[in-house]
Design a protein around this ligand. Structure first.
Ligand SMILES: [Mn+2]
Length: 266
């Protein structure tokens, strides 16, 4: 709940090179920002030496995750939101917009119908995103239509666009592996290895294996040494972002960075 500007300063002070920004309120909802606002933001980012990795078009709630909403206008809103976020992303120098497939369980849509809506929504949005040079990174998440990396790969094959790729969240992969929502998904390490041709981006966060706690890496059950090894093995060259829910963000991000860097150096 820091302002965008203050967040950028804090993240830069902590020694990070990139930042993923939120494309929904209270942060950068595209309709709330003029071109001049974005220019000012871009100069702040440049002066702090931070690159924007991407713009997240979801806030983890069914309010913004509406590719699968039964109301056609709500689905349309999300497709347009992906497009306007891609425009903002390009103005901020970012290469990605990120999204989940949407929470069909919450809304009560049959999975097959929801799957088609996600597929069509991503296909349409990806064309506009491509015009801005922005890739859509689809994030598998338990509770959504695309639960794990195998669902993600299946969706990407169905969508069949170079402009839609995969975002793996280590914490999401761990809870789908632990079989909370359906048959077990792949272990986070296998999820990475299997996603070689699809992977555009990684969220790093830890948990107890059951709940999506977004803990500091190293404080849950995920072995991040193995995660880093797997990323090396597939030749991953994208960003790894820490996506944490913590009462002390400065300490949480500092500890996360320290934890991963020991494996990057080795
Ligand atoms: Mn995530």
């Amino acid at each position: 709940m820091y302002s965008v500007e203050r967040t950028i300063q804090i993240v830069a002070e902590l020694g990070f090179k990139g930042i993923e920004l939120s494309g929904v309120r209270p942060h950068i909802n595209p309709e709330d920002y003029t071109k001049d606002d974005l220019k000012r933001l871009r100069s702040l980012l440049d002066s702090e030496g931070l690159k924007v990795v991407g713009l997240h078009t979801d806030d983890g709630s069914p309010h913004t995750s509406t590719l699968v909403h039964e109301n056609e206008r709500a689905r349309r809103w999300k497709i347009n939101h992906l497009k306007t976020c891609a425009e903002v992303a390009s103005q901020l120098g970012a290469g990605l917009v990120t999204t989940t497939a949407g929470y069909s369980w919450t809304i009560g849509t049959p999975k097959e119908k929801a799957w088609q809506w996600v597929k069509q929504g991503l296909q349409e949005a990806s064309k506009s995103c491509a015009d801005y040079g922005v890739v859509i990174a689809l994030e598998p998440c338990p509770g959504t239509v695309v639960i794990d990396s195998r669902d993600g790969i299946k969706m990407l094959d169905d969508v069949s666009s170079d402009n839609v790729r995969l975002l793996l969240d280590t914490g999401h992969a761990m809870i789908s592996f632990h079989n909370t929502w359906k048959e077990s998904g792949p272990h986070p390490v296998d999820a990475i290895l299997e996603s070689k041709k699809y992977l555009a981006y990684v969220h790093a966060d830890d948990n107890n294996g059951m709940l999506d706690e977004h803990l500091v890496p190293g404080t849950g059950v995920i072995d991040f040494e193995d995660v880093v090894k797997a990323l090396r093995q597939i030749g991953y060259e994208g960003y790894v972002s820490f996506e944490l829910g913590t009462r002390d963000p400065r300490r949480g991000f500092k500890d996360s960075k320290k934890h991963l860097e020991q494996f990057l150096k080795s």
